[in-house]
Design a binder for this molecule. Structure first.
Ligand SMILES: Cc1ncc(COP(=O)(O)O)c(C=O)c1O
Length: 455
């Protein structure tokens, strides 16, 4: 095989300009809606990421069904990112739609438990092998409560996080390393959160031990595989090493499985037989309805149970820990979650997405080989990222050094103009539950065309 050099940046820029012009020309109704929307919403969107994450104006959506959605201009897209995996269950999964309609017709929110909540907690306990569960409205909400619970349980303040992580919109974890100092990651965040966190490189157990040694860390929070800087897989022994070190230094260990839950029932914790004190979830366990959930050990749950509820005490003081929200654990979310776990996120469906994920990664590798580029696909069950480099990165610094934002931008536009939506192109494509062999073939044909165009 002749190995080609990286594509010429000028060629990539010219292709990108052509693809972007086509993409915008083919979306006149979205453009008109955006012009109207700007009057009352900053940047014309209800949530700012919608305007900023693609590098071009957003499309307005009409509807979605299964693995596909349709925009207001009638363009159909095979969705390979599923709104950052928040609908990996697919759009409008029929079982969830029926349960949601039924529950909505009988009242969606009571600030009281429904029986569905028991079913969901029982099922999640079985899948993640953690006995106690609580529900929020998002993974951010779940992770924020894990952090508070850990601080309360250990009497310590510090968090240990990993460079390249994302755990949601929480001040405590929206921090990053800059010139070896921990600083707020975005504007509007207090400086004090950064002072309470340490950030070290993924896959570096020596750095973890050094950070835990002062014995002031409440919680080590980690994704079992980093998923917000492409995919970075743990090296053998890394996650087990975290368990040993957290035990040795009296810290708690939580896995954020918000994204890695697409690996199977019980996420990577179950797939890789891992041990931890808490797990944070969200996104597609709600079948498209807002939800977050976290599971915890019995020892941790005790802090939510004692002291007993004092009649007349303010709600937020139950158990002493600052948890809860008016709509958390609402009847609609619990009904949607139950139906989704029961009928959509089933072991059989996860086994299928893992098989299709392997086919996807094989196809990506084949496209790179055929074009002579020395690049490689990554494999994480249904999720198949790739690096524009010969070997995958082992931490965020390596991932940043290998990143080719210009190629990812071109990929997004090239695919979108041919009916494939990759909202977060750097994430790599992920198989959703309703996808078929034909959908994977559809994606790979377009991926081949993208790689060929680079030559
Ligand atoms: C690993 C991880 N944790 C937590 C979150 C937060 O999820 P949400 O924005 O739904 O609260 C995300 C979102 O992308 C995530 O990737």
């Amino acid at each position: 095989m002749t190995v080609r050099p990286h594509p010429d940046p000028a060629h990539v820029a010219a292709l990108t300009a052509r693809e972007e012009a086509r993409f915008l020309t083919e979306g006149p109704r979205s453009a008109a809606l955006l012009a109207r929307a700007r009057t009352h919403m900053p940047q014309g969107v209800p949530m700012s990421w919608m305007a900023t994450m693609h590098g071009h104006p957003p499309v307005f959506v009409d509807h979605g069904a299964g693995a596909w959605f349709t925009d207001v201009d009638g363009r159909r897209f095979l969705d390979m990112n599923q709104a950052d995996l928040s609908v990996n269950c697919g759009y409008a999964p029929p079982a969830a739609v029926r349960a949601i309609a039924d529950r909505a017709g009988r009242g969606s929110q009571f600030m009281l438990p429904t029986e569905d909540a028991i079913w969901c907690a029982e099922e999640l306990a079985r899948r993640w092998e953690l006995p106690y569960w609580q529900f929020t409205l998002s993974a951010s909400g779940a992770n924020a409560e894990i952090i508070r619970l850990a601080r309360h349980a250990t009497g310590r303040d510090r968090l240990l996080l990993f460079d390249g992580k994302y755990h949601g919109h929480i001040d405590d974890s929206l921090v990053m390393l800059r010139e070896n100092r921990v600083v707020p990651e975005l504007a509007g965040l207090g400086l004090d959160a950064a002072a309470r966190a340490r950030v070290v490189a993924y896959n570096d157990l020596a750095a973890v031990e050094h950070a835990l040694a002062p014995r002031d860390t409440a919680l080590v929070f980690v994704e079992p595989a980093l998923t917000n800087i492409g995919v970075v897989l743990p090296e053998p022994g890394f996650l087990e090493g975290l368990r040993d070190l957290t035990r040795r230094y009296g810290s708690l260990l939580a896995f954020d499985e918000t994204h890695t839950q697409v690996a199977g029932p019980g996420g990577l914790k179950r797939a890789w037989s891992l041990d931890c004190d808490a797990v944070g979830l969200g996104k597609s366990v709600g079948g498209g309805i807002a939800i977050g959930a976290y599971g915890m050990s019995e020892a941790l749950a005790r802090h939510l149970i004692a002291p007993p509820v004092v009649p007349g005490a303010p709600m937020e003081s139950v158990g002493g820990v600052a948890t809860g929200g008016t709509l958390y654990g609402n009847a609609l979310a619990m009904a949607a979650c139950r139906a989704t776990l029961e009928a959509v996120l089933t072991p059989e469906n996860f086994a299928r997405t893992a098989r299709l994920g392997a086919r996807l990664a094989d196809g990506i590798d084949a496209a790179f080989r055929a074009a002579g580029f020395p690049w490689s696909a990554q494999r994480l069950m249904g999720r198949s990222g790739f690096t524009f480099a010969e070997r995958p990165p082992r931490n965020a610094a390596e991932a940043r050094a290998l990143a080719r934002p210009d190629l990812h931008r071109l990929l997004r536009l090239h695919m979108a103009n041919r009916g494939v939506w990759e909202s977060v192109a750097t994430a790599g494509p992920t198989v959703s539950i309703p996808m078929s062999e034909a959908d994977i073939g559809f994606y790979l044909e377009r991926f081949d065309a993208f790689v060929a165009a680079l030559g």
